[in-house]
Design a protein around this ligand. Structure first.
Ligand code: ZN
Length: 476
């Protein structure tokens, strides 16, 4: 059947590319300033959602708009349901595009536009796949539901709302990642650690940490950090020279850059630069916040100033796998737990806070690690002031959905269907037997969220053929 589906996909080439141009021209960045009844994520997302539903309607599918949060295009009948989950919202565009992000352009077989690969291109390919299944007249015994969300890149309110007002199928796939397929996704523990202000009585003898700021997103490694410090009053006349030379030696040893200003009155301002990275791979970055704290600990601080710096510089600094936090663990399917300290703040009068983004392996229990973390945080003299967790996701490889998709993938590509795991999340995790399936083929670069995002048109057509075949097999 492989040839049939691939031929069908190729027959749709011109229409698909033309339609991609229209669909990708819709700026569907979430925009709350234009949000209204029925458009909870703003005009653009609503227009993109409406575009797909109107297309489904005109092709004779049964469709439903779920209050502008999400939509469904359905085909077939049956008690059992197969879900194909896509999203039409896109991330912001940033600087430096060669051609405008919402004026799709084809160059060398690639279509360039925001959303081309994440996830509007694959969403439209999945729709075409469903249409191809319908046109083939193949008899299905299950209902297929293409579910379209509008808030994947932000708070997932789309799927939360959908789950409350409709029913999410439990078997299926989400074309929002890479081939072959991702069957394990790490879970998250996002705690904010708090430290009360506690000022030392003997402030004359020590440095004082007046304020500290680093990072503004829990899931990113902070690129820079800044600290305002007051020098002790009783100190040697040499202190300025000593601090400066210590600072320069520290920067040199870590091959990084920073600035230090010292005033006559003894006010010091430190700025240091690290290397940003995604919070799910903290080991690929240099955390400017914990690095600056590691330097400041070479000076003499007391009370809460010291407690704050010590957590950052001695516990969290380069503790990518949570060993010093006593939460280290790993599993075979998704690897090691990771810890990112994303937002670090201190104010001498108000105390300190640290926002962590912990990603735990797919097969371990969240509760167990929250408990270990709470104990350790308590031991360190801090408290957890806020805690958000999200479940991990894991579909064992003997499940029928994996067997079927592997067979289809191997038939179309001739490549082995190795199972992948991820530190990030896709809609697949809301289906107990859901996997992220394509659209990126092995060895292809992922342009999701980047400047000059593009999708390879031949690859999208090839994915379309695979999706059609997969839908027909899962729903037969
Ligand atoms: Zn996506």
């Amino acid at each position: 059947m492989k040839d049939y589906w691939q031929q069908q996909a190729l027959l749709h080439r011109d229409g698909f590319v033309k339609e991609l141009h229209s669909f990708l021209s819709i700026n569907s960045i979430e925009d709350m300033s234009t949000a209204a009844e029925g458009k909870p994520f703003g005009e653009g997302v609503a227009a993109a959602l409406e575009y797909m539903l109107a297309r489904g309607e005109s092709d004779g599918f049964h469709t439903r708009n779920v209050d502008g949060y999400a939509g469904v295009i359905e085909y077939g009948e049956g008690e059992e349901e197969i879900g194909v989950l896509v999203h039409v919202d896109v991330v912001t565009v940033g600087e430096g595009w060669t051609t405008p992000p919402f004026k799709p352009t084809v160059r060398a077989g690639r279509i360039y536009a925001r959303g081309a690969i994440d996830d509007k291109g694959p969403a439209l390919a999945a729709y075409y796949a469903l249409k191809m299944v319908k046109d083939s007249g193949i008899a299905l015994t299950k209902k297929v539901r293409l579910i379209i969300g509008g808030d994947e890149e932000s708070g997932w309110l789309c799927m939360k709302h959908f789950a409350l007002h409709d029913k999410v199928p439990q078997i299926g796939f989400s074309p929002d990642s890479s081939f072959p397929m991702t069957h394990a996704e790490k879970g998250q523990i996002n705690p904010t650690l708090a430290l009360p202000a506690q000022v030392s009585s003997d402030t004359d003898a020590c440095f004082q940490l007046l304020s500290f700021q680093s990072g503004d997103q829990g899931n990113s490694v902070p690129e820079s950090a800044r600290a305002a410090v007051k020098a002790p009053q009783k100190t040697s006349p040499e202190w300025q020279r000593e601090v400066k030379s210590g600072w320069e030696a520290f920067l040199a040893a870590r091959a990084t850059t920073g600035e230090l200003e010292i005033t006559e009155a003894g006010d010091l301002t430190f700025v240091i630069h690290g290397k940003p990275a995604h919070g799910m791979v903290p080991q690929n970055g240099v955390n400017a916040g914990t690095l600056l704290a590691a330097f400041l600990l070479t000076l003499n601080f007391e009370a809460s100033d010291y407690s704050f710096l010590s957590l950052l510089g001695e516990v969290l600094h380069e503790d990518f796998y949570g060993e010093r936090l006593h939460v280290a663990c790993e599993d075979e399917v998704s690897g090691k737990l990771t810890v990112n300290a994303g937002i670090l703040r201190y104010d001498r009068l108000e105390g300190g806070s640290v926002r962590l983004n912990i990603r735990y392996p797919a097969t371990v229990s969240c509760e167990e690690y929250v408990e270990k973390l709470t104990q350790r945080v308590d031991e360190l003299g801090w408290t957890i002031s806020n805690l958000r967790t999200s479940k991990s996701h894991y579909v064992p490889k003997d499940r029928p959905v994996i067997q079927t998709l592997s067979r289809v993938y191997e038939e179309h590509t001739g490549l082995p269907a190795h199972l992948l795991s991820s530190g990030g999340a896709t809609y697949a995790k809301i289906m107990s037997e859901g996997v992220a399936f394509g659209p990126l083929f092995p060895g292809k670069e992922s342009m999701a969220h980047l400047t000059d995002e593009y999708a390879d048109i031949n690859d999208l057509l090839r994915a379309m053929g695979i999706y059609a075949h997969a839908i027909a097999e899962l729903a037969k």
